[in-house]
Design a protein around this ligand. Structure first.
Ligand code: FPP
Ligand code: MG
Length: 351
């Protein structure tokens, strides 16, 4: 069976291609700016503030150069989606007590992975600022990333216990595999949808999935944990698909990136895959040689006109619905509703 409905009935990890998705779905237009659900944040505002303080403390070090990278990370901002998902997921599962330290775990791992990723990608900028390795050099940045990773694992062990840290290690292993798979496929325009989904599920969704399930791991409730993981996995893949759409449609001021960077790199993501399906000759044209800067506006227009962005966003929204279905056994609480709203936002955000 085709599409996310099929994925729902099979409980499939990798979701099949959604053909014939509606074009021109207005609500998720890539140029629409949608704010994070403020009420979801407000519900756990005290813990979000405490968790931010924990994060800043965790980024500190006795070694000045490591502390300097920590200050760079603390300044670099971010929407703190992972702490929010961690606390809402745990509360929705009925976990009580102070979670502010546990909430920092996913964000620390995320920040560490971005330090490493910008070295791997030789990225000159991150969020509109020079990337850390451009300022501090590769060696210091890689080692500081290792430091953040180790501190996060320690924290997960202290705050969450055995199951929590075991699943976190699995998530980090998946992220590393995803990053390697992506590297292997770099510049390969014949990448299939399945390959693309495998990569983003590993490099992006694994950590989001862990955040959603961290509370269930504390409870050592395997059944609940696998549902929360499945929810997080769907939301995580949808989040990355939206990110890949933003690469084609996001304004520089919102994303800190020039639109079309993936196209210039000939990086196969869902929007380009759908654009190939809709535009005869486009794949061959890009396979022949990389586009020039002059060609970029025309190519961006081709992708926009193909309906590929709307189709990708529709895919992400359907995926979020698949994820939300996993939450059905949870009691109806404000935390569950906030989780649903956050998941919906993540598939529709514009920055
Ligand atoms: C961004 O991808 C990168 C990731 C989502 C994960 C990177 C994972 C690792 C480096 C392995 C794990 C390492 C540690 C230290 C936990 P992207 O390059 O597509 O996105 P971008 O445009 O934001 O750079
Ligand atoms: Mg990168």
């Amino acid at each position: 069976m085709d599409g996310p409905q099929g994925a729902r009935s099979q409980g499939a990890k990798i979701l099949p291609l959604r053909r014939g998705a509606p074009k021109g779905v207005a609500a998720g237009s890539p140029r629409t700016r949608i704010q994070p659900p403020a009420h979801a944040w407000a519900l756990v505002a005290d813990e979000m503030v405490r968790s931010e303080h924990e994060l800043i403390a965790l980024l500190g070090s006795r070694v000045e150069q490591v502390a300097e990278i920590g200050r760079y990370l603390a300044r670099s901002g971010g929407k703190r989606i992972r702490p929010l998902l961690t606390v809402l997921g745990a509360r929705a599962c009925g976990v009580g007590g102070d979670l502010s330290r546990l909430m920092s775990v996913g964000e620390m791992i995320h920040l560490a992975s971005l330090l490493h990723d910008d070295v791997v990608d030789s990225a000159p900028t991150r969020r509109g600022e020079p990337a850390a390795h451009m300022v501090h050099g590769n060696a210091l940045v890689i080692l500081s990333g290792d430091y953040c990773l180790a501190r996060a694992v320690l924290l997960a062990a202290e705050e969450g216990g055995h199951e929590c840290v075991r699943h976190l290690a699995q998530a980090v292993a998946a992220m590393s595999e995803g990053e390697v798979l992506q590297l292997q496929r770099a510049g390969r325009l014949d990448t299939s949808l399945e390959d693309y989904l495998q990569i983003i599920e590993a490099k992006s969704a694994a950590l989001i999935s862990w955040c959603a399930a961290a509370g269930a791991h504390i409870l050592e409730d395997e059944h609940l944990a696998s549902r929360m993981e499945a929810f997080g996995r769907s939301v995580g893949v949808a989040f990355q698909v939206t990110d890949d759409v933003l690469d084609y449609g996001g304004e520089l001021a919102q994303t800190g990136k020039e639109p079309g960077a993936d196209l210039m790199d000939r990086k196969l993501t869902l929007p380009l895959l759908y654009a190939f399906e809709a535009t005869p000759g486009l794949q061959t044209r890009l396979e022949e040689r990389p586009p020039t800067r002059e060609e970029l506006p025309e190519l961006l227009e081709i992708v926009h006109d193909s309906g590929a962005l709307e189709r990708s966003l529709a895919y992400a929204r359907d995926l979020v619905d698949v994820g939300i279905d996993q939450l059905s056994p949870l009691p109806d609480t404000p935390y569950k509703q906030a989780l649903i709203d956050l998941a919906t936002y993540l598939a529709e955000r514009a920055s």
